[in-house]
Design a protein around this ligand. Structure first.
Ligand code: SAH
Length: 361
């Protein structure tokens, strides 16, 4: 008898406690009801978890001790930790964020005179292989969960309040990973960020940036999303684009363009193109002509972003004359164009530089 009991205790698998943040509000209410408590406790807990961002049941002070203990016996609250925070001379803050399983991602706070923008990661590493991007050197390890994305935003919102005395105003999915390759979790996170119970942020202040996966751009249009879309184009000539973004071979520009037309017809939302001009890669007149031809079908904005060197041979920022040529030709074609300076370069927080330098691979 004793031996059998011992065997049981030794070999019975320890049941892993569920992460309470995977439960919806109605599931939380149901949990309390089926456990002989009041359903409204579910609302209270939901508020602590999502609005107040608590990481321990003990701090949920409007719950009786018995209820807190019951929660502790049944659930864990998985959450992220800021492992290291770096501040750039231009005010940009980069966070190395540790996930519950020890993996790291990075998220960045970018302040300007009037705004604070959070640049968040959607995956650990990236499965796309853009040759100019530091994140591409890390293999894709996993998708981030909705709450891991939400938490990055929450952390940056707190930092914005602490260091700049104002709440976070904008979010861009331009950190590590390809957001559309983690479609469901990214949309679930945005749902949470925009909901009144989360951060109540307007979806118009959120931009999802993609390398351009045609069928998922169409899916976003079908799903009637309200956030903004940015496409990292970098070249409107297939041969050039494939040489720097090899997955373009699988999703050539005609398909991307068709998906974007579909997006525009459904959403009537302007499309932003992210575009780096490199010396001897895409700095000629024919490159600008191809770009104009590509994006003319809908109101568009081209962000000419500065190249942030990552030590890759063959890539150098184009001369200022090439940038001016792009600006002039695009403006003449009636396309909005902005030239963006990099932020946070001194701490490797600029576009394409996020690669967990701290981590030895
Ligand atoms: N996968 C998504 C989001 C992450 S990359 C996407 O491709 O849009 C965020 C932006 O940084 C993209 O526009 C990307 O093309 C750009 N980028 C990547 N490496 C860069 C570098 N070294 N210098 C400047 N921009 C870079």
């Amino acid at each position: 008898m004793f031996a059998a009991y011992q065997l049981f205790t030794t070999f019975a698998p320890m049941q892993e406690k569920k992460d309470i943040r995977t439960l919806s509000k109605s599931e939380l209410r149901e949990f309390f009801e089926t456990n002989g408590d009041k359903a409204f406790r579910g609302d209270q807990v939901y508020d602590w978890l999502w609005s107040k961002g608590l990481h321990s049941f003990d701090e949920m002070t409007n719950l009786p001790k018995k209820t807190r203990e019951m929660l502790d016996n049944n659930f864990v609250i998985k959450h992220i930790e800021v492992d290291m925070m770096q501040r750039s001379s231009d005010g940009t803050i980069k966070n190395a964020v540790r996930l519950h399983d020890g993996l790291l991602v990075e998220s960045v706070l970018i302040p300007t005179e009037t705004r604070t923008t959070a640049c968040v990661s959607s995956q650990v590493g990236c499965s796309l292989n853009c040759t100019f991007c530091a994140t591409a050197r890390l293999k894709r390890m996993r998708n981030l969960l909705p709450d891991e994305i939400f938490d990055q935003v929450k952390v940056i919102d707190s930092q914005s309040r602490m260091f700049f005395n104002r709440p976070l105003s904008n979010i861009v999915f331009m950190g590590m990973g390809e957001p559309l390759m983690n479609y469901n979790n990214v949309l679930a996170a945005i749902e949470k960020i925009t909901s009144e119970e989360g951060l109540g942020m307007s979806p118009k202040r959120i931009t999802v940036s993609t390398s351009g996966i045609p069928k998922l751009i169409k899916k976003m249009a079908d799903d009637d999303v309200k956030f903004k879309l940015a496409v990292s184009l970098h070249s409107a000539i297939d041969q050039v684009r494939t040489s720097i973004m090899p997955f373009n071979e699988k999703f050539p520009l005609t398909e991307l363009r068709e998906a974007l037309e579909y997006w525009y017809k459904k959403t009537k939302n302007r499309i932003t193109y992210e575009y780096v001009v490199w010396k001897d890669i895409n700095d000629k007149k024919k490159d600008v002509e191809a770009l104009i031809k590509f994006c003319r079908f809908a109101p568009s904005k081209v962000n000419l972003i500065e190249y942030n060197p990552i030590g890759e041979d063959g890539f150098a920022q184009a001369d200022s004359t090439a940038i001016e040529m792009y600006q002039n030709m695009l403006e003449e074609a009636g396309i909005t164009v902005t030239v963006r300076k990099s932020r946070g370069k001194d701490i490797d927080a600029a576009c394409g530089q996020l690669a967990n330098k701290k981590v030895k691979n």
